[in-house]
Ligand binder design. Sequence first.
Ligand code: DX5
Ligand code: ZN
Length: 212
Amino acid sequence: MKIAPSILSADFGILNEEIKAICDGGCDFVHVDVMDGHFVPNHTIGPVVVKSVAKVATKPLDIHLMVQNNTFFVDLFAPFKPEYISFHIEEEKHPHRLIQKIRDYGIKPAIVLNPHTPPEAIEYLLEDLDMVLLMSVNPGFGGQKFISSIIEKSRKLKAMINAKGLKTLIEVDGGVNDKNVKDLEYAGVDIVVAGNYVFSNPSYKEAISSLK
Ligand code: DX5
Ligand code: ZN
């Protein structure tokens, strides 16, 4: 299982140290939650902060956009060369076009599904994606309770991916901890995002390895 700690739960007063600690602690990606106060009822960080995150991170960035006007934000964050940029299908009229745009930047495109959105919504986009991110909480805040129906949804998505003979990865985001991570692995999930679970542990390294 690959682990992407969400820096939403980090102490932003000492953000550089927090990022160093998760990278030294063995994380695989640094998950960056970008919220605009419109698509979700919260507002987080923009390119000024992400620029310094990118400078200090020794692991690739996984940028999760929770915004209106995805194209504008893709242009804003692409210069930081993240591994992934993911955008919500619920907020995009032209997902196929946006996938190509992200790929043209040399970045791996991913689509996010809110808890209520069925995997069939992206069936005809799967072959163009490197990853699908399934939300296991309602996006907007860290520290929420895991929605367990996402386990069955992951299984369903994995079956769709296998049936098409694809290698698309599945990532799950929200409320992940050492109790539910095993079920996610059995359901075919490749990467988990964990904010509260990692950052509330006195040892980030221990939290990351317990999830692994
Ligand atoms: C929620 C964010 C998540 C969140 C995960 O909108 O996308 O990345 O910060 O945090 P936890 O693990 O605390 O649910
Ligand atoms: Zn996220």
